[in-house]
Design a protein around this ligand. Structure first.
Ligand SMILES: Cc1cc2nc3c(=O)[nH]c(=O)nc-3n(C[C@H](O)[C@H](O)[C@H](O)COP(=O)(O)OP(=O)(O)OC[C@H]3O[C@@H](n4cnc5c(N)ncnc54)[C@H](O)[C@@H]3O)c2cc1C
Length: 394
């Protein structure tokens, strides 16, 4: 391999978004991954780009990322639905927080829906909601298609890819791998939750651990519209944009009383569709070395609640899996420069699909981010040193 302008470690969405932007800038880019194709967090998720639910201060970053997703979709031809997200309000506290959010952000970002409108939007006439909202700016991609297709497109455009190669050390433009050393002017390291093995000290400083999420894929009944994305009350308690509303504490109290089991498994109950069916999840469990087992009670709980809302009586489960992403007790973005030529970038929260293209711009702009403090257990602003980055967990 000849010397590259930029070597990127990791072919997940963050590495690929960075490769896409750097390629647009005319730089010679080479991507190295230990896998044979992208199989990390970036294919395990909902494909939900939840721009609107991010905190007010992250809206600039979110909108830049949205522009990036639209550009990459136009370039590569990947499916990218601009159908937004629907949120049925099943209780008064949910309706209140949606109304507060819609008043706060205005109709470009959130429109209130009647009970009948939200029932029609999610394809369940017997829903029994008391209202709802539509967030028109949110986007959807198929996570199983997006990263592999972007990698293929970049390879056809001349970006180099070395697969099945594990990077063991990065310093001063030298990338040491289990197949020998390679050199680049700059190196960007995006290893996701595997940061712990490549830069253990950075991982330890930020309290990086792995978040495991129970997910299912079910057959999509005809009544559920395509390009479908639904958030629920637990999502309203989790994303910083909604959680900043005055009604958030009443909502949390109500959820604790009405849905203790969902609260217990730290659920963010949501559903999106892909060509293969409906993606249903998720719960959150945190560990440095998580076990691989899926707790059937958790999977059933999420399936049951989601299909109740969707009016699906006999769901046909096609797949279950335990997704994983990097999490941190301290921050939701690690963006550090251990030396002049090396940048380490890891999204330590469940928002990497949403913000990847915005973060890629910041990586290439040479920005860094300091550790911030998480104000609440499941939402997490961070304090930047350059640029206001406040991002919302999901
Ligand atoms: C179940 C689930 C649901 C989610 N839902 C959403 C959602 O709806 N919206 C959203 O925005 N985000 C969501 N996320 C989070 C999102 O998927 C992640 O934040 C994002 O995919 C992280 O991308 P990445 O490129 O950093 O990591 P990854 O996709 O994990 O990629 C890292 C890559 O680095 C490679 N690598 C690691 N170490 C080395 C090494 N030493 N040498 C060579 N290669 C290496 C790996 O092989 C891997 O390919 C979800 C995540 C999960 C698991």
């Amino acid at each position: 391999m000849s010397k590259s302008d930029l070597i990127i470690v990791g072919s997940g969405i963050l590495g690929l978004a960075t490769a896409f932007r750097a390629h647009q800038q005319g730089r010679r880019v080479h991507v190295i991954d230990r896998s044979a194709r992208p199989v990390g967090s970036s294919i395990q998720n909902f494909g939900h780009a939840c721009f609107t639910g991010q905190a007010d201060a992250a809206q600039d970053l979110a909108m830049k990322s949205r522009a990036g997703w639209r550009e990459v979709a136009a370039a590569t031809g990947i499916w990218a639905a601009e159908t937004g997200s629907f949120i049925p309000a099943m209780t008064e506290p949910e309706l209140l927080i949606l109304q507060e959010f819609a008043d706060h952000r205005g109709p470009d970002q959130a429109t209130m829906l009647s009970a009948e409108e939200v029932a029609a939007a999610i394809g369940n006439p017997s829903l029994g909601a008391i209202g709802g909202a539509h967030l028109p700016l949110d986007m959807r991609v198929d996570p199983r298609e997006a990263a592999p297709a972007i990698a293929d497109w970049l390879a056809r455009e001349g970006v180099g890819f070395t697969w099945n190669t594990t990077v063991t050390e990065v310093a001063g433009g030298t990338v040491s791998t289990n197949r020998g050393d390679v050199h680049g002017e700059q190196v960007v390291v995006c290893p996701g939750y595997q940061l712990t093995s490549l830069f253990p000290r950075i991982a330890e400083t930020h309290g990086v651990r792995i978040c495991s999420l129970v997910m299912s894929l079910i057959e999509r009944p005809q009544q559920t519209p395509t390009g479908f994305a639904m958030l629920t009350g637990t999502s309203l308690a989790r994303y910083d944009g909604f959680a900043a509303m005055p009604g958030a504490s009443a909502l949390r109290k109500d959820l604790a009383q009405q849905e203790p089991e969902l609260v217990d498994v730290i659920a963010n109950l949501m559903v999106t569709d892909i060509a293969d069916g409906l993606l249903i999840g998720d719960s959150h469990a945190y560990d440095l070395s998580p076990e691989p087992f899926i707790d059937e009670r958790v999977a059933d709980l999420l399936l049951n609640r989601a299909t109740n809302i969707l009016g699906i009586d006999a769901p046909v489960v096609r797949q279950r899996w335990l997704g994983r992403y990097a999490d941190s007790t301290e921050t939701n973005l690690i963006l550090e420069r251990p030396d002049e030529q090396t940048t380490v970038a890891v999204v330590t929260s469940g928002i990497g699909m949403t913000l990847s293209f915005g973060i890629a711009d910041r990586i290439l702009g040479g920005e860094t981010v300091a550790t911030g403090t998480r104000p609440a257990p499941h939402s997490s602003p961070l304090t930047p040193t350059a640029g206001e980055v406040v991002m919302s967990d999901r």
